[in-house]
Design a protein around this ligand. Structure first.
Ligand code: TEU
Length: 596
């Protein structure tokens, strides 16, 4: 008999389903200052839709005042709302309406950097003697043998790889660090006044009714001292990824504990830190370990980095195998059980292509099945589940024929420019760049939500041009079409997600808190696992391939009954308690005996 290991400590934020909204693309009612741009009242008007789906917490990507160089991740006033989205009063109304439905609000806290238009930075750059000079990271230039001015090191800018992470300031004759774009200068967290100002922002939003924060690139707030050069990974490029040198720096844990001590400990919150560039278990546990008092959970990047060339920028492509999905998820399911931490379950967000296009097959033939396969997987794993807007509808990447000009994101436009500059007139390279855009661009997640088959997919008024193109498949892929049952036992993707979330909550001792056991570590395409509490157990079997496969159940997984699946019939047609034949992209759930 195997021993069952569950998460002993229960908490509302562990059971919660979080839905991420990218406000510019959610729904435009025309109440903001910019036509064709999503607004806060649009969000409020869809709370019943979210409640019905099973959502408990709404996470809003930034809605603060911003020049929108990086779609709001460049904030110029943390205590005001960008007029494009509406007003502070609109947010108060949203909070009130959420409360009425027993739902909560999670704000996006972007404090590794500000906008270059924030008054702190304007002050900081005004003179070397400014009170706020030390609020940002300033360094004198270096000079080469010929006396040419050079940035302090070779770090490349994350969202514009061809450039330096350091921007020259003519007026004060120094460089400032801006890891993402020149318009997003990094704050100097070594300065206690900066930290106090951040604490004040957190308190402001908690007192206003927010229940927690998603913390943007929170592991970049402490940089290694001395700013050494990064290793060269692309000899053709002038600047290199410096990830290892600015992620999880020396004071990170101290700063996170301080936030807890000064602010979070006084409230009942949900916190999730975005943590790219880290896979060290000890480092991860320092942040999410139950005894640590840092953050509830983090977004680990292994799954969304699956198709990146390791150590390189995100706009790269490499082949990967379905077994890697299994290995990554298993690794973190076990880690959190064995060392008492907590997972976040997510495969989509505003920085990634659509999951159905990336991990499965988004063709008309298989899209619907694949969305359900991914829903079944996510709703039967341990951790807090995050659903990204449109994921529940199976929205997919922009189609391959869409030209690069339609890609609006700063990372995409910088990448496209860089490739054209590095390889002028080289069709092979520019074709590759187009391909990388179609597979990887952040734009795929940012197209307007497809609410209906009407003009502009119902995202904004028919006479208004949306800020970014609506994906061309909106007539077939949209919420209205998925709200009506086709046949009693054939659910749409949306209905399937709803049912899967319901099932998760009904059996939370198993799916949220229960044990995780991998059932097969050698099959090339099957990911099968058993989840168990002291009283109940389930087995999930997922075929990550377009081929029919046979899978033999191991001794430890005695299935009593196959109860659900992503094909119309639910349970598989050819199944015994010893063997199943899975159709292309089939996923099934079985009730198992607890002791095997
Ligand atoms: O993203 C940080 C981050 O590291 C990525 O996911 C990023 O998209 C990728 O590295 C680019 O190659 C966060 C936000 O989610 C993103 O939208 C912002 O652009 C970024 O921080 C800066 O605030």
């Amino acid at each position: 008999m195997t021993t069952i290991k569950s998460h002993a400590k229960h908490a509302w934020w562990k059971e919660a389903v979080v839905y991420q909204i990218y406000p510019a693309s959610f729904l435009s009612t025309g109440s903001g200052s910019e036509p064709g741009w999503g607004d806060i009242r649009g969000i409020t008007s869809r709370l019943d839709y979210l409640k019905h789906l099973g959502v408990d917490v709404v996470w809003l990507s930034p809605i603060y005042k911003s020049p929108q160089v990086d779609m709001g991740y460049d904030i110029s006033d943390y205590k005001d709302i960008d007029s494009k989205f509406g007003t502070l009063e609109d947010v108060d109304e949203l909070i009130g309406e959420l409360k009425k439905r027993d739902m909560k609000l999670m704000m996006d806290l972007v404090v590794n950097h500000t906008s270059d238009q924030h008054e702190w930075f304007l002050d900081s750059r005004s003179s070397k003697d400014s009170d706020k000079r030390d609020w940002y990271i300033w360094q004198p230039p270096k000079y080469d043998a010929d006396g040419n001015r050079k940035p302090p090191n070779n770090w490349g800018m994350i969202l514009g790889e061809a450039n330096s992470a350091w921007t020259w300031d003519e007026k004060t004759q120094e460089y400032y660090l801006a890891l993402f774009t020149p318009e997003q200068p990094d704050l100097n967290w070594r300065n206690p006044k900066v930290r106090e100002a951040v604490h004040d922002i957190l308190s402001f939003w908690l007192e206003r009714g927010a229940s927690g924060f998603r913390m943007d690139v929170i592991n970049l707030i402490s940089k290694v001292a001395g700013y050494p050069d990064a290793d060269i990974v692309d000899p053709d490029a002038p600047y290199q990824p410096g990830f290892k040198l600015f992620a999880n720096g020396p004071h990170l844990h101290e700063y996170l504990c301080e936030i807890n001590d000064k602010v979070l400990s006084k409230h009942d919150t949900i916190t999730v830190g975005e943590m790219p560039f880290v896979d060290d278990f000890d480092e991860i546990m320092k942040v999410v370990g139950a005894d640590r008092k840092e953050l509830n959970m983090i977004f680990i990047f292994d799954l969304v980095d699956i198709d990146n060339i390791p150590g390189n920028f995100r706009m790269t492509l490499q082949e990967w195998q379905p077994t890697e999905i299994r290995n990554i998820l298993t690794k973190y399911q076990r880690l959190m059980l064995d060392r008492d931490g907590w997972n976040s379950i997510f495969i989509e967000n505003h920085d990634n292509p659509r999951s159905v296009s990336r991990y499965t097959d988004d063709s008309d033939q298989y899209r619907d099945l694949c969305v359900k396969l991914l829903a079944l997987m996510q709703t039967t794993l341990s951790g807090t589940v995050y659903v990204y807007q449109g994921e529940e509808l199976g929205m997919r990447n922009l189609r391959p024929e869409v030209p690069p000009e339609e890609y609006k994101d700063i990372e995409s436009t910088n990448y496209w420019q860089k490739m054209n500059k590095l390889y002028p007139g080289n069709k092979e390279k520019t074709d590759l760049a187009r391909h990388v855009l179609q597979r990887k661009a952040r734009d795929h997640a940012r197209t307007p939500v497809q609410w209906s088959g009407e003009q502009n997919a119902g995202f904004c008024h028919a006479d208004v041009k949306p800020w970014m193109m609506v994906n061309t498949d909106y007539k077939t892929v949209n919420a209205t079409a998925q709200r009506t049952f086709k046949e009693p036992d054939q659910l749409s993707a949306l209905q399937y997600w709803k049912r899967a979330l319901e099932n998760r909550k009904q059996h939370k001792d198993v799916f949220v808190y229960g044990d995780f056991q991998l059932l097969d570590d050698s099959h090339p395409t099957v990911f099968a696992y058993k989840r168990a509490s002291a009283d109940e157990a389930f087995v999930t079997v997922l075929n990550f391939s377009g081929k029919e496969v046979e899978w033999a159940l191991p001794e430890k997984a005695k299935v009593e009954k196959w109860v659900a699946g992503n094909y119309a019939a639910g349970a598989p047609e050819k199944a015994t308690s010893e063997k199943v034949v899975l159709k292309p992209w089939e996923g099934i759930l079985g009730k198992a005996s607890v002791c095997a």
